[in-house]
Structure formats: structure tokens, C-alpha cells
Design a protein around this ligand. Structure first.
Ligand code: MN3
Length: 216
């Protein structure tokens, strides 16, 4: 039997073991994606925007742990939006940096075949993903995802920082951040130009390996 004191100790130990999230390093220099995405955008986007999601996620998790320790259900429920927004922001951007590369390459043979099967051609897929991303009202993301139940590639969009898999069930392969902070300094109000250009720096090695992992 645990006495009150040892339960308290267990909670403290669990709290101490909880891992803080940290901002992942970019796998390239801030200037690596120029001229498609400027150094200034990449620097602000990673070191300010993504860093803020990480800091606010850690802060929300700390409050959650304290509320759980006290059995404070009201506070736990009230923390849900902050966990979703900042946790989603951290998940989405961690994928996004990996999804991009100066040496884009092309889809693996396996992914190329699936794209052809589900969209007719690579250009059709790009056009559908671009159109969906441009059409997101306000802030959000356009995604190429994999539907494991239907064994199909699908295009989807999410608002705000809602993470694709938790929201739609699709496994994220390639995401396009269409928040204004992702393009406004360079493309101003013309989101369509940014979305069209981003395919030039799509990291097909990363996208293909996400697809191949999703098949397992
Ligand atoms: Mn962003």
C-alpha cells in the first residue's frame, strides 16, 4: 500500500522525469532555401515562431502536471486549447523543416507510383495541394497525407496549428505552412506564388521516407 507521502513522492518523481520539449536545429542554414524562402523568413520562423510554440507548450505542460497533481479537473480542461495550439505548432514545424531542402530531388519509385495511382500525375497532385493550401481561410496548413485505412494518398487542410494526424487520422507526408508569417515578408499578399514556389524546395527524400514508413 502506498501512504499519502509515497504517492506524493511518486508524483514528484514523475514530474521530474517529464521531458521538456526543445527547438530542433534546422537541418540546413537559414539562407539554404533562397531564393524560394528568404533567410529572414527562415530565421524568424524558426528562432521566433517555432521557439514560441515550444516555450508555450512546455509552460502548458507544467501547468497540466501541477493541475493533475492536485486533481484540478477544471484547470486540466482549460489547458486543452493551449496544449493543442502549441503542441500542434511544435509538431507541424518539426515536420516542415524536414520537408524542405535546397536539393529537392524527386519522389522515390514507390511514392511516384502511388501519386500516379491516386492523382493521375505528380503535377495533378501538386496542383490539388496548391489549390487547397491557397484556399485555407486565415491561418493553417495544406497537407499531403496518407490514409492508412483506405491505403490512399489524400490532400487535406487544417486550420490554425491543428495537427494533421490528430485531426484527420491522415499520416503527414508533406505540409505547407500558409500562415502569413511563412511568406508575407517576401511574397506579401500573394500566397499562391509562395505555394507554387515551395515545391522547388520540397525534400522528396524526406517525403518519400515518411510515405514508406507509413506503409509499414
Ligand atoms: Mn509557421
Amino acid at each position: 500500500m502506498f501512504g499519502t507521502r509515497s504517492v506524493g513522492n511518486l508524483i514528484r518523481v514523475a514530474g521530474a522525469c517529464r521531458q521538456k520539449h526543445s527547438l530542433p536545429d534546422l537541418p540546413y542554414e537559414y539562407s539554404a532555401l533562397e531564393p524560394v524562402i528568404s533567410r529572414e523568413i527562415m530565421s524568424l520562423h524558426h528562432s521566433k515562431h517555432h521557439a514560441t510554440y515550444v516555450a508555450n507548450l512546455n509552460a502548458a505542460e507544467e501547468k497540466l502536471a501541477a493541475a493533475q497533481a492536485k486533481g484540478d479537473i477544471q484547470t486540466i480542461i482549460n489547458l486543452a486549447p493551449a496544449l493543442k495550439f502549441n503542441g500542434g505548432g511544435h509538431i507541424n514545424h518539426s515536420i516542415f523543416w524536414q520537408n524542405l531542402s535546397a536539393s529537392g530531388g524527386k519522389p522515390s519509385a514507390t511514392l511516384a507510383k502511388a501519386i500516379e495511382q491516386d492523382f493521375g500525375s505528380l503535377d495533378n497532385m501538386k496542383n490539388q495541394l496548391a489549390a487547397a493550401s491557397v484556399a485555407v481561410q486565415g491561418s493553417g496548413w495544406g497537407w499531403l497525407g496518407y490514409n492508412k485505412q483506405m491505403r490512399k494518398l489524400q490532400i487535406a487542410t487544417c486550420v490554425n496549428q491543428d495537427p494533421l494526424q490528430a485531426t484527420t487520422g491522415l499520416i503527414p507526408l508533406f505540409g505547407i505552412d500558409v500562415w502569413e508569417h511563412a511568406y508575407y515578408l517576401q511574397y506579401k499578399n500573394v500566397r499562391a506564388d509562395y505555394v507554387k514556389a515551395i515545391f522547388e524546395v520540397a525534400n522528396w527524400n524526406d517525403i518519400s521516407s515518411r510515405y514508406e514508413n507509413a506503409l509499414k
